[in-house]
Ligand binder design. Structure first.
Ligand code: NAD
Ligand code: MG
Length: 395
């Protein structure tokens, strides 16, 4: 008999949250939204609770939780409203939960994602920052607690689909020569380098192919997103840095590829819509409807490929550098990037200052090994302090 899977959606009001709920709504016999969480968007959470009637709704902010509880009472909805980071961890780990969609943006997602892995859940991982900040610790936690991990990031989901069944991380035994990580190149792929100084947050957030949250949109414009994804691929697939090749592919139809020693290259293709990787991971190992239209090859007509331009996109170079240094450096890179993106979005510094801030922070922090989540959070805090101090020198 088929049972309904209870799903916690961390970051339900975001772009991935929306797409996840869309897939859940298409399969009421398979999935039930058990808990939904958000930062402070009360109105959207209210609508989602009315539609999906989850057992729990968590707002990070206590005031927002109070407002939501009042609104749901007047709507006659029985969802229990909680607040705070401990409640995010709780709804990621309660025994009733089968799977957790980790779709909070940024470092804020790390604690509830860890909680899901610690309690042996199926973790559907969109929050790449968890792997960037704490890749080794997180992967160990997944193994130790018999959790399962499926990648939601479209590239990593494509790689997962292109790898041999039950790939164990041994590239040689599997005959893999390289992972080809595709990148759209973002909105400034062809802009003159001089014009980047004047870029506005609106221009940076206008991605040519994907509709995403603001932070990841800016990351795509700087190509830091691809840098973070190189680190993510390293931990997910045990891939050494020199076996991960970034390939700029402006159409975003091939979502990534795996090259084998016999010359074969296996790719996953599809329209750029996150519901495909979400439905793949949620239904795994079965294939289920996602609502995404079939790829029309005649409309696509052409697939182009270019080498990445490390001069135009210094963030990509910094991410490879952080991965090669290892230890705390990817967490430092991630924290400095979050402060840099936020400062750019608040118009406190130009687009071109983003890599300058990150490189500066990376230079001021000594490399060291991290062994616990607390170490990671301490590093994150320190790097943010250094980034803010650097920003203050600009003003
Ligand atoms: P988004 O900004 O649209 O949504 C973020 C969600 O996180 C919202 O629900 C928000 O309420 C919640 N949130 C924000 N700050 C929080 C905090 N401090 N505490 C608790 N909750 C908080 O972001 P998104 O584009 O959906 O991205 C989510 C994650 O998925 C990111 O890690 C991103 O890198 C990854 N991802 C997104 C896409 C995409 O297409 N959007 C693709 C691949 C990977
Ligand atoms: Mg991606």
């Amino acid at each position: 008999m088929k049972t309904t899977r209870q799903i916690t959606v961390l970051g339900a009001t975001g772009s991935i949250g929306d797409s996840t709920l869309d897939v859940i709504a298409r399969h009421p016999d398979r999935f039930q939204a058990f808990a939904l969480t958000a930062n402070h968007n009360v109105e959207k959470m209210r609508l989602q609770c009315r539609r999906f009637q989850p057992r729990y709704a968590v707002m990070l902010d206590a005031k927002c939780a109070e407002q939501l509880a009042g609104a749901l009472r007047s709507d006659g909805i029985k969802t229990e409203v909680l607040c705070g980071i401990e409640s995010l961890e709780k709804v990621a780990s309660l025994p009733e939960v089968d799977a957790v969609m980790a779709a909070i943006v940024g470092a804020a997602g790390i604690r509830p994602t860890f909680a899901a892995a610690r309690s042996g859940k199926l973790v559907l991982l969109a929050n790449k920052e968890t792997l960037v900040m704490a890749g080794r610790i997180f992967m160990d936690l997944v193994r130790k607690n018999n959790a399962a991990l499926l990648p939601i990031d479209s590239e990593h989901n494509a790689i997962y689909q292109s790898l041999p069944h039950q790939f164990d991380g041994n590239f040689t035994r599997a005959g893999i020569s390289r992972i080809l990580l595709t990148a759209s190149g973002g909105p400034f792929r062809c802009a003159s380098i001089d014009s980047l100084e004047q870029v506005t947050p609106e221009q940076a957030c206008a991605h040519p192919n994907w509709d995403m949250g603001k932070k990841i949109s800016v990351d795509s414009a700087t190509m830091m997103n691809k840098g973070l994804e190189v680190i993510e691929a390293h931990w997910l697939f045990d891939a050494p840095a020199d076996k991960i090749q970034v390939v700029v592919h402006p159409q975003s139809v091939i979502h990534s590829m795996v090259a084998y020693v016999d010359g074969s290259v296996i790719a996953q293709l599809g329209n750029p819509d996150m519901r495909t990787p979400i439905a793949h991971a949620m239904g795994y190992p079965e294939r289920i409807e996602s609502g995404v239209s079939a790829l029309d090859m005649f409309k696509v007509a052409q697939l182009n490929f270019e080498e990445p331009d490390f001069k135009r996109f210094p963030c990509l170079r910094l991410a490879y550098q952080a991965l090669t240094t290892g230890g705390n450096m990817p967490a430092v890179l991630n924290a400095a990037n979050e402060v840099a993106v936020e400062s750019f979005l608040q118009r406190r510094m130009p687009f071109t200052a983003i890599p300058v801030m990150i490189e500066n922070v990376m230079r001021t922090i000594e490399p060291e090994e991290l062994t616990t989540l607390e170490d990671v959070l301490r590093t994150d805090h320190l790097a943010r302090e250094k980034a803010h101090a650097w920003l203050a020198t600009l003003q």
